[in-house]
Ligand binder design. Sequence first.
Ligand SMILES: Cc1ncc(COP(=O)(O)O)c(C=O)c1O
Length: 403
Amino acid sequence: MTTAVSSSTGPFLDQAERWTAHNYHPLPVVIASGEGAWVTDVDGRRYLDCLAGYSALNFGHRHPALIAAAHAQLDRITLTSRAFVHDQFGPFCEELAALCGKDLVLPMNTGAEAVETAIKVARKWGYKVKGVPDGQATIVVAADNFHGRTTTIISFSTDPDARADYGPYTPGFRIVPYGDLDALTSAIDDTTVAVLIEPIQGEAGVLVPPPDYLPGVRDVCTVKNVLFIADEVQSGLGRTGSTFASSPVVPDMYVLGKALGGGIVPVSAVAASHDILGVLRPGEHGSTFGGNPLACAVARAVIALLNTGEFQANARTVGAHLHERLNALVGHGLTAVRGRGLWAGIDIDPALMTGRQACEALMARGVLAKDTHGSTLRLAPPLHVTAEDVDVAVDALHAVLKS
Ligand SMILES: Cc1ncc(COP(=O)(O)O)c(C=O)c1O
């Protein structure tokens, strides 16, 4: 299956192909603008955005409140560094801590940086609070995880594309099957400082663990004095119909990113109690751009949107409609549908087409989505989509499966 490329699109695609490393394999679409859940390409064609920046655009493209916050801050000050305090920093930290129900937050920029922060904090907590012998700390993680692309993080990836050829690898991680509480429990010993998992595994294909898994992880971590770190970079901030996908389970540390920056600036953070984040001392960790005024101003507007509860509510109701419609296609070209809220992992019958072919065919019908492994697609539209938007996406998918 090939996709026709227009005369305006072609030169942009060729230029991108010529001048960048080939670390992505984008669909052949060149986007020029976006509003809400829809984007427009250089030829004026409109597409429903069902990837939403890998969930960085939970509030859609150019949400007016977020754009207004960014504009206002651009006209005042954008960067101070953490060498000085600025007037957006304290309010942002207090408001994010309140959203998370935690004492302290530490802002970074990308999701991977926040995961690295969580790992460092957990190790230091292990040595200074738990009493693990120096240099012996272990962290239990899940197979098929996705936590980012740094050398330490890919050291505990089980995806050969992410990991092979990038060794030597950082030691100190134990990998157990996702969703298997017995395996996780057996992997914990006196050296274990943390369990780091995604409450729902996104890149793996939107894998939802068994219902007793997260409560079980919580209990085991409490009993064994191990930190439960929930990587909510993709699952959090409304995507699943609640602010955090781990809810009602409360982890010891949240790792947040993506949607925290409102699709405008990269903003990530970890949030935890004073006992945990309080282990850091000046000079031990930081980032030039972490917690900058523009990031804090936009993230404060994001938190205000989340505090209305409207996005979580829409993710629940319109998400139920999405799942109902997708489930009706199981046996008619789909072999399985998983997920929660406005987040779905869809397995296409591999005999019909690959995930990539399905995405190209959806694109031709005005819907942008992204494949993950093999014949699996992810649908993760902005959280304010309507049931009619969802119908556009599912009708297009249905047509693609029948073609
Ligand atoms: C669960 C999870 N953690 C961390 C990351 C890394 O975030 P970033 O790409 O901003 O470094 C991602 C990115 O997809 C993710 O899904």
